[in-house]
Design a protein around this ligand. Structure first.
Ligand SMILES: Cc1cc2nc3c(=O)[nH]c(=O)nc-3n(C[C@H](O)[C@H](O)[C@H](O)COP(=O)(O)OP(=O)(O)OC[C@H]3O[C@@H](n4cnc5c(N)ncnc54)[C@H](O)[C@@H]3O)c2cc1C
Length: 425
């Protein structure tokens, strides 16, 4: 392993739609192109939504942006996880070849979001997974053809994933959305203001035609021995069981705010607080995409462009995009309202249900403490390989506890990298 040092004027963390758009905007001005770098922990460009687009091009919008990025002259540091921000202007990262010290003058955080999992009896059985995670596995060759899949949870991802899996030959048993029909009808009506999304929705609707779709329905328990075999669902008045080989269950997305918090950025209602130029509360640090609110790829692209222009001092270019961003923010607010989690989801887990699956800690054990920090210190919950990204987010919903601080590493890291982190302090 060898240490490596990099220095760029503008560093962007995250190569999803927000990060790509930020890099293209920043590098648009030739004086900047060779001084812009994008760092991402994955081996591909495109973040969650455009995963696999490099190998198997399908989406014209993705191709257009990936192409633009390749031509823009920015440097891509892929397979590089940013694990700490020990001082202003410095990020520490990990790559298979060794630790990386990355110096920046302007930083754009575009770290995206992850799925939210809520505990219920049986949620840790093999073949119970998040819809987005399942989709990623299938895109990478996990065999799904002929397997029975029940989909539940909340958010537009449920329908998109059902449509995608059907394309790979899965047998979708049912789709169960916890939001009510009333909320969904209001959201559908609001889509009239976004014809592109309406068109996309119609395509998905046609793809899943004939699959039972229920609203106001959520999981009670999953059962099986070596793997999930059935799921019990309820609509509050009726409870029934469906057989399945795979249960895809996720409760929308939570923002990846650990790195922004480590850099010192303030949060507002769980998201990174930014001003109209996407500037955070830390000087020279900007944020775009899902960490500022769960708004989808188009919202992320627009915010990313504004952040890229703002970081390079191109304010008039950024201002031209404010109207567009306002429209996507209205869509983002509608998403949050429509898919707000119902109170019943907080009581699905029993005291015996695992909350922290990395360290095998039950909800009952964690409940004996008054807050996340105390529970973590005395039970090791949140100290496993996910570093609280799964159980911490669940504890926030189920117990109302927030993580009071973020300690490095923000992603799992090797001891060698952590030693470098200490040396750099
Ligand atoms: C699992 C999953 C599947 C999804 N599938 C779909 C879909 O099929 N259709 C759809 O419309 N939307 C989907 N979404 C939502 C969609 O991803 C977002 O709306 C959109 O991609 C947001 O773009 P972004 O640039 O903000 O974030 P992202 O696309 O999430 O990009 C963020 C990038 O930052 C990287 N990153 C984060 N932290 C670090 C770090 N510390 N160091 C280095 N790199 C880091 C991540 O690996 C990622 O590549 C999915 C989301 C998830 C979580």
């Amino acid at each position: 392993m060898s240490d490596a040092h990099f220095q760029f004027e503008i560093v962007i963390v995250g190569a999803g739609p927000a990060g790509i758009a930020a890099a293209c905007a920043a590098a648009e001005f030739s004086e900047f192109s060779e001084r812009v770098a994008v760092v991402d922990d994955t081996p591909w460009l495109g973040g969650q939504i455009w995963r696999g687009e490099q190998a198997r091009p399908k989406q014209p919008q993705a191709q257009q942006w990936l192409d633009k990025f390749r031509k823009c002259g920015a440097t891509l540091l892929d397979r590089t996880s940013v694990i700490a921000a020990p001082e202003n202007g410095l990020l520490l990262a990990e790559h298979a070849d060794g630790p990386r010290a990355i110096r920046w003058q302007k930083l754009i955080l575009a770290t995206g979001a992850r799925e939210l999992f809520l505990p219920f009896p049986g949620w840790t059985l093999p073949n119970v997974m998040g819809p987005g995670g399942l989709q990623a596995l299938v895109k990478n060759g996990w065999p799904i053809s002929g397997r029975r899949v029940v989909i539940c949870g909340t958010g537009p991802l449920l329908l998109a994933v059902a449509n995608g899996l059907r394309g790979y030959g899965a047998k979708i048993v049912s789709i169960n959305e916890q939001a009510s029909w009333g909320s969904l009808a209001g959201f559908g009506f609001g889509l009239l203001r976004h014809p592109g999304k309406l068109f996309q929705g119609a395509g998905i609707g046609a793809g899943i035609f004939g699959v039972p779709f229920r609203c106001g329905t959520w999981p009670v328990k999953a059962e099986g021995e070596d793997s999930v075999r059935s799921v019990t669902l309820t609509n509050g008045s009726k409870t029934w069981t469906e057989d399945c080989d795979v249960l895809a269950c996720g409760f929308n997305l939570v923002p990846n705010v650990e790195l922004p918090v480590a850099v010192g950025c303030d949060l507002q209602r769980g998201f990174v607080r930014v001003d109209f130029m996407q500037a955070t509360t830390v000087a020279n640090v900007f944020c775009a995409g899902e960490p500022t609110g769960i708004g989808g790829a188009d919202c992320a692209l627009t915010e990313g462009r504004i952040a890229g222009y703002a970081a390079t001092g191109q304010s008039p270019m950024a201002e031209q995009l404010f109207g567009k961003r306002d429209r996507w923010h209205a869509f983002r607010d509608a998403l949050a309202k429509t898919y707000a989690l119902r109170a019943e989801l907080k009581t699905l887990a029993t005291n015996d249900t695992l909350l922290c699956r990395c360290e095998d800690v039950t909800l009952g054990r964690v409940r004996q403490f008054s807050g996340w920090r105390e529970a973590k210190l005395l039970t090791r919950c949140g100290m496993g390989s996910c570093q609280g990204r799964v159980c911490g987010a669940a504890a926030k919903v189920v117990l109302g506890w927030g993580a009071e601080s973020v300690r490095p590493p923000v992603l799992p890291a090797r001891v060698g990298s952590l030693i470098t982190t200490e040396i750099q302090r």
